[in-house]
Ligand binder design. Structure first.
Ligand SMILES: [Zn+2]
Length: 399
């Protein structure tokens, strides 16, 4: 564990998703406050920037969460607690358990190995009704420190398995679709964030001649690779890697999706934090060809999410809603023929940030489940391209 000073510098100097530049290139939070994207706290005194302290003692907050963990009751597998964060080993055991106890609707398999040799496990969910079914891909934990991601993937699996017999919407989804769910994409990074550095983001690969390790797994895809919004320096948080698909985790998922691209109609990637639902393009300010259909699905999804607890998500193209980034998975999936590709930025908007308390797992996952079900249901309807865009009053963007 690092000391509080270095942790807080790291938090505020990282190009986290909340830092999105406005037209003038000034990083702003979603409520319009300019926020810190500076290498040293001393610069705050030197420069006339507006900032707010969100967590006054970050180290204490991290220790508090770890303390809760060590004292809480460990439960047996079949009473798995979905309202706490789980280590990689616990998630792996849980996946085996889901596979063992639901043989008619779950299939577990590995699509490759991580840099450090860990298997990359997927859970396939769906009734074996047709030999050829449309599919939805969902990955969580691309960025190691975004622990709410893996918590959500597990929550969604639990919801699907518990409700498909009684909930007509879930039954329809399980009958007509297959879900490919990857609860932890960046397994090495996730493990590292549990054992060594809670705020680790990247993979754990080594680059020859450099001390710094890891590549940003959401900048490593072969689509406008290492252009705007990505860094070519191995020590940066948005390092794009030595070449596209250099990371075995990215390569494995890309290979799987290329093989399945005729079936996979939606790609969903779960991140945190910003409370946004984003779709392509990330790398340029331009409108996607099926914009009307995608925007309509996004509109319905954020409304479904809002209906749970009144939490508002902004939505729109990633480039204009969050920031420009090249080599991202949603752009890659879209370019490879998957018509609906989304990235969620879950709760919150910066109060706890990556350290979202376990007490917020339930509401965050409950509302997000509604949004994901809406997206999946959208695949079972026809979208006519001539449909008008969403009603005015929703977040707009310049194109
Ligand atoms: Zn992320």
């Amino acid at each position: 564990m690092q000391d509080a000073q270095s942790l807080s510098q790291k938090t505020f100097s990282s190009p986290v998703s909340i830092n999105h530049p406005n037209k003038d290139g000034v990083p702003q939070s979603s409520n319009g406050h300019e926020i810190l994207d500076l290498p040293h706290n001393s610069m705050c005194q030197a420069l006339p920037v507006l900032f707010r302290v969100l967590i006054s003692n970050l180290q204490k907050e991290i220790e508090k969460q770890l303390a809760v963990r060590s004292t809480r009751k460990r439960r047996s597998d079949f009473q798995y607690d979905y309202e706490v964060y789980h280590s990689l080993d616990e998630i792996k055991s849980w996946m085996f358990e889901m596979n063992r106890t639901h043989p008619h609707v779950v299939d577990m398999f590995s699509i490759g190995r991580s840099y450090e040799g860990r298997p990359l496990y997927i859970l396939q969910l769906g009734k074996r009704t047709h030999p050829y079914k449309k599919a939805v891909w969902m990955d969580c934990g691309v960025h190691a420190r975004e622990w709410i991601g893996p918590a959500f993937c597990q929550w969604f699996v639990k919801e699907a398995l518990n409700s498909y017999r009684t909930d007509p919407v879930m039954r329809r989804l399980m009958n007509h679709l297959n879900f490919y769910i990857m609860p932890v994409f960046n397994v090495d990074g996730y493990h590292y964030s549990w054992t060594t550095d809670r705020l680790w983001r990247k993979t754990r690969s080594r680059i020859a001649r450099y001390q710094c390790r890891g590549v940003d797994a959401n900048r490593n895809w072969k689509v406008k690779w290492c252009d705007e919004g990505a860094s070519s320096h191995p020590c940066d948080e948005t390092y794009c890697g030595p070449y596209p698909e250099s990371e075995p985790e990215v390569k494995a998922v890309a290979r799987f999706l290329r093989k399945q691209r005729k079936r996979v109609k939606a790609y969903i990637s779960i991140h945190a934090y910003a409370q946004m639902l984003l779709y392509p393009y990330s790398y340029k300010y331009a409108t996607i060809p099926n914009f009307t259909c995608v925007e309509s699905v996004a509109h319905n999804a954020v409304n479904a999410l809002y209906s749970a607890y009144g939490v508002r998500y902004r939505y729109g193209p990633a480039s204009t809603t969050l920031y420009v980034s090249s080599g991202s998975s949603i752009d890659w999936a879209y370019k490879n023929g998957i018509p609906y590709t989304f990235a969620f930025e879950l709760r919150d908007t910066g109060h706890y940030g990556f350290l979202l308390p376990e007490s917020l797992i339930n509401p965050t996952c409950t509302e997000t489940t509604r949004a994901v079900k809406t997206i999946a249901s959208g695949l079972l309807k026809k979208c006519s391209r001539g449909k008008p865009a969403a009603a005015p009053g929703h977040p707009r963007f310049s194109l």
